[in-house]
Design a protein around this ligand. Structure first.
Ligand code: TXA
Ligand code: MG
Length: 400
């Protein structure tokens, strides 16, 4: 039986008092137990990445299947040394020449990371340097060749390790105070929508954790973009806040896997991705509210009439419904069995992304018979929104 959960009020705290406030979280992490921490994407369930026993507790705490690998969070490039294989000059240079990677000198690139010389010592693909200089710290996870002593608990036996340098100052400070990298998946029970507010973490994990750090609402609201630049062409495995277009500028040739057709991938490669996903997480059901979600996919004009009729028919049969709308609806429905949550005042994709998981959880708390939502265009930020919405949906209806 756990003692009562300590909720650390780190958000808005006086920076000079932050280290003191974070002490119980850091002590818990040093003792090898998981702690929920804020990040700019979603809350993470963190544990010492260098301690397999601590990482095993992450899986037990959130009921995560052991074959779904974890992202490791760092707060300095120096920490990469504990995770990434050292560069073996002859082999790695040969591989880069064959893969026609452009070798860019990282030291001349402006960056918040300080000196990036360390990347030259490690088996970090040279093509990734400009990307890391531009997008770290931030919501971008990259796959890197792992050191052989990185635990299989973290990598699920794969030969890469997923690494992210979060931008959230509280996450960074916790990692710095610990002095070791933190493995952290999202801090939800497996299958549930990821937590973007501390209330969501409490909802799922309060009875299972001794310390939860409150860092306020997550500013992005969807998980990081996962990029694999160890393969050719480099590929986005999970779309997120850092979009294909943003990456293309720094990593020419990068592609993204889309069900509707992936530029740069052959039909055979697409089939292979569907049969054998490169991100083990892709095969699991995700982000699901308890009530079934019906997704109406198509342009706003094509969908609106059908969606309205569907809602009216369902209400007629006595069902209770919640609709997640992308912006305030033009045809309000007045019915005690009907509720609407507006994800954005203007249909803005960043705002929809920030509010999507909170909307799914709020809808679920009303225990409706059905939740209904409609698609956004799967471009830019919209691709990440659609990726999460499609996985959350029990049924998708297509309209053209
Ligand atoms: O924004 C985020 O990424 C959040 C915060 C806490 O940082 N974390 C997060 O972790 O979303 P999680 O576990 O919910 O998602 C990690 C994804 C999974 O789809 C997993 O399969 C994939 O990353 N992944 C991890 N290591 C991998 C590897 N070596 N190869 C391929 N995919 C990997
Ligand atoms: Mg997750």
């Amino acid at each position: 039986m756990l003692r009562e959960t300590l909720l650390v009020p780190a958000v808005g705290s006086d920076p000079s008092k932050l280290d003191k406030l974070l002490e119980p979280a850091v002590d818990e992490l040093r003792a090898g137990r998981p702690v929920a921490i804020p990040t700019e994407t979603v809350y993470g369930l963190a544990a010492n990445a260098l301690c397999p026993e601590a990482c095993k507790l992450i899986f037990a705490t959130k009921n995560r299947p052991m074959d779904n690998p974890l992202i490791v969070h760092i707060a300095s490039l120096e920490m990469l040394r504990t995770l990434v294989r050292p560069r073996m000059c002859a082999i790695d240079s040969h591989r880069e020449r064959n893969g026609k990677e452009e070798v860019t000198s990282s030291s001349s690139l402006p960056s918040l990371l300080g000196s990036t010389d360390i990347l030259d010592d490690l088996a970090v693909p040279s093509s990734l340097k400009p990307v890391l200089c531009r997008f770290w710290p931030g919501p971008l996870t990259v796959l890197l060749p792992r050191r052989s002593d990185v635990s299989d608990v973290i990598t699920a036996g794969l030969d890469t390790v997923a690494v992210r340098f979060p931008a959230h100052p509280i996450a960074q400070r916790i990692i710095e105070l610990c002095g070791f990298p933190l493995a952290a998946p999202s801090a939800n029970l497996s299958g549930r929508p990821s937590p973007t507010r501390v209330e969501h973490v409490l909802e799922d994990l309060e009875t299972r954790l001794a310390v939860i750090v409150d860092g306020g609402p997550s500013s992005f609201g969807l998980e990081s973009t996962v990029l694999d630049a160890t393969r050719s062409p480099p590929m986005i495995l999970r779309p997120g806040a850092i979009t294909l277009k943003m990456l293309q500028e720094y990593l020419p040739g990068v592609v993204v896997f889309k069900k509707s057709g992936s530029e740069g991938l052959t039909a055979e490669e697409i089939k292979q991705m569907e049969d054998r996903p490169a991100t083990p997480g892709m095969k699991y059901r995700h982000y699901s509210p308890t009530s079934p979600l019906v997704l109406f996919d198509g342009t706003a004009e094509a969908v609106e009439g059908h969606l309205h009729q569907f809602i009216m028919d369902e209400l007629e049969t006595g069902h209770r419904l919640v609709r997640l709308t992308l912006k305030p609806s033009s045809t309000p429905i007045n019915n005690p069995n009907y509720n609407e949550f507006v994800l954005s005042a203007t249909g803005n994709h960043e705002e929809i992304a920030r509010n999507l998981f909170a909307g799914l959880r709020a809808a679920d708390l009303l225990h409706p018979d059905l939740i209904v939502a409609q698609s956004v265009e799967d471009e830019e930020q919209g691709l990440a929104i659609m990726n999460r919405l499609s996985k959350a949906a029990s049924i998708t209806r297509h309209y053209n």
